[in-house]
Design a protein around this ligand. Sequence first.
Ligand code: AP5
Ligand code: MG
Length: 189
Amino acid sequence: MLNIVIFGAPGSGKGTQSELIIKEFGLDHISTGDVLRAEIKNGTELGKTAAGYIEKGQLVPDELIIDMLAGVLDSKEASKGVIFDGFPRTIPQAKALKAMLNERGTDVTVMLNLQVDDEELVNRLLERGKVSGRSDDNLETIQSRLEVYHNQTAPLAEYYIQEGKHEAIKGVGTIEEIFNRIKKVVASK
Ligand code: AP5
Ligand code: MG
């Protein structure tokens, strides 16, 4: 199986590049952000809890996310591989992912770390906020998402370096240029 963790700050292009990777490599896509937004739309208990965190730009607690991820992963049993978008975001989530994949006889193949500076991230997200309808695409929440990313999520790069799975990808340029960088790395795995 080809299991890819696509990693990077808010607005770094995880969702955009995931769509291209899925088409090229025939993978399933799990975006924890998309799953949470669907839960909110459907008015579930999980959605009601998650909404408060998302609006503030905070992380939803690990236990809730890990349980949710396990459920979605079970629904992808027959897949050629999965691209994990926006998960893991903490060390406990990374350890839980490894355990879940190991139980299923597989592991993370590679972690792609999209690198984009904060100024570009804010510009992209403010631009998207004009049309996205996302409750977290406003300047105040964008700033707290970036702070949470730098403090709580970016340190995970070190975990994947230790695992020998980390690949830095320059995340600026055209969408196609970035995808070409990703393809080269994935094809070598
Ligand atoms: P999530 O949905 O994962 O959002 P995020 O990490 O903030 O990232 P985005 O989806 O905003 O950006 P992206 O990297 O996908 O970029 P995109 O391709 O859209 O999480 C939302 C919230 O849910 C979290 O804050 C948290 O509360 C909660 N959550 C989710 N997962 C969790 C977890 N595991 N644990 C705890 N809580 C969790 O691109 C952005 C924009 O830029 C788009 O408009 C795009 O068109 C544009 N763009 C893309 N590429 C380029 C390019 N090369 N040049 C110019 N523009 C570009
Ligand atoms: Mg996204």
